[in-house]
Design a protein. Structure first.
Length: 70
């Protein structure tokens, strides 16, 4: 049987080497969608990247942390 469950936060972070794709910190990591779900993106691993909360906020221009994966 094939496991088609979406990848978990820990698995995505581990696959990314446990660091932010922008600043390489290992603190306060979150998983971010490259193409947002609202624009047709998916939860597939190839549409996810690891960012720290600071870089994620700067990238998206918001001071609200990404709570979708917490």
């Amino acid at each position: 049987m094939v496991n088609r469950k979406k990848p978990g936060k820990r698995a995505i972070i581990k696959a990314a080497g446990g660091k932010c794709c922008i600043c390489a910190t290992t603190e306060n990591l979150t998983v971010d969608h490259i193409i947002p779900l609202s624009e047709g993106g998916t939860n597939n691993a190839d549409n996810l990247r690891v960012m720290c909360e600071i870089c994620q906020k700067k990238y998206h221009g918001t001071d609200k942390p990404n709570k979708a994966w917490k």
